[in-house]
Ligand binder design. Structure first.
Ligand SMILES: [Zn+2]
Ligand SMILES: [Zn+2]
Length: 397
């Protein structure tokens, strides 16, 4: 089959690789019908995530048709159409039983690496380094899905793939980000980053009762989508724009009730600390550039909540923890507990409350994927979301 493979830092290739096979009785093999490139895949492309190996298949946002099931798979059969969550969960451990699905104790065979760094390991993830399980990803024609009784969500309606594909990650992730922000009726919510997760956080914030959402980014196409969802936008790249001043001005000097950092470790900004972070990460003295996190801690109102769906990988420098303490902030974060959200959010899509296709900017083939990673990373085109049809042939140029 064809698959998009990580071949080294800034090096991705579409290669012919062996088809996956059932390894365990609870596995399923999926023929992938649609898959997507995630903003967090760019962290892999840029070499920010350790323990990637040459030839690893990328991709954690996919759906398809069940091709084959192991003998212990009872919830699925050949021919079922499913969306698969990006986290892998056993369904039986302490954490799964508490609905903390992304913290499953049993799905990361390489737990010892994460335990050395973090104390304990989160769940395994598809296509996201050996530290997180070394599972082959879904930017491919087929994928092996472990614990197939627990993850895949059956789609029984005739909704097109594109409308349900984002239940694999970004819609639940944006929704949990909004839920984690403790939004109360009438609140003002500030969202840093209008990428896919930020955009779904904005629409989810409104669903959860926010009166106003202030969206912060620098790319016109993303700010435009945020405005379409009803947000007030702040373009921090404009001259004379200070995000912190804008947040104060828009909230009568109080600050937003809730802040959502949908950017994570590769934050960009125009200030001096950005240069500092660039230098420190280049020297391996810091692993992440937490510019947004610092700004969100300072910008949110006293007693407010900071929700962090943006991915951080390691050690952060100069995070104003004293401000967080003295302002009495609540902070909530983590990878998404997918199984808790997929079904209710599918119902919202079925009822027409949201059409998740609004952010798709590019539809490509597997062969076009390596070039697209570059285009997105280098901002050479207005990319908001890339969907791959793994069975489409490359169009003649
Ligand atoms: Zn993703
Ligand atoms: Zn578990």
């Amino acid at each position: 089959m064809k698959a998009v493979c990580w071949m080294g830092k800034s090096k991705i290739e579409t290669l012919n690789v062996p088809d996956p096979a059932l390894l365990n009785p609870h596995d399923a093999i999926l023929k992938i019908t649609k898959t997507a490139i995630c903003g967090s895949d760019l962290h892999l492309f840029d070499g920010f995530i350790p323990t990637m190996e040459q030839g690893d298949i990328l991709g954690h946002e996919f759906m398809g048709i069940v091709e084959e099931v192991g003998r212990d798979v009872t919830n699925l059969k050949r021919g079922d159409r499913v969306v698969v969550p990006f986290t892998i969960s056993c369904g039986n451990c302490l954490f799964c039983r508490k609905q903390l699905w992304s913290l499953c104790d049993n799905t990361n065979p390489n737990a010892h690496i994460a335990e050395t760094l973090d104390g304990y390991t989160p769940s395994g993830l598809f296509g996201y380094s050996h530290m997180l399980g070394g599972y082959a990803g879904g930017q491919a024609q087929y994928v092996r899905v472990p614990f197939a009784n627990v993850g895949p969500l059956k789609i029984e309606s005739d909704l097109p793939d594109e409308k349900v594909l984002f239940l694999s990650d970004i819609f639940p992730t944006g929704y949990m980000a909004a839920e984690n922000a403790n939004i109360e009726e009438g609140d003002t919510v500030a969202v840093w980053g209008c990428g896919p997760v930020g955009l779904f956080a904005i629409s989810s914030a409104f669903m959860l009762g926010a009166a106003r959402v202030i969206a912060i980014d620098r790319f016109p196409e993303r700010l435009e989508l945020a405005r379409k969802l009803g947000a007030i936008t702040v373009d921090y790249s404009e001259e004379d724009v200070s995000v912190l001043t804008a947040l104060k001005d828009l909230t009568g000097g109080i600050g937003p009730d809730c802040a959502i950092d949908a950017v994570g470790m590769e934050a960009h900004s125009n200030d001096l600390q950005y240069v500092y972070d660039k230098v420190k990460t280049a020297l391996f003295m810091e692993t992440d550039r937490p510019g947004v996190l610092r700004q969100a801690i300072i910008g949110v109102r006293k007693g407010g909540t900071l929700s962090i769906p943006g991915v951080y990988g390691g050690l952060l420098d100069k995070v104003p923890f004293g401000a967080a303490m003295n302002k009495g902030l609540t902070m909530k974060m983590g990878q998404t507990h997918m199984q808790k959200y997929m079904k209710p959010l599918l119902e919202r899509i079925e009822k027409g409350q949201i059409d998740p296709t609004f952010l798709i900017s590019h539809r490509i083939t597997l062969d076009e994927a390596p070039e697209m990673y570059k285009i997105w990373r280098d901002k050479k085109d207005k990319v908001t979301k890339i969907v791959i049809d793994p069975w489409a042939e490359k169009k003649a140029a």
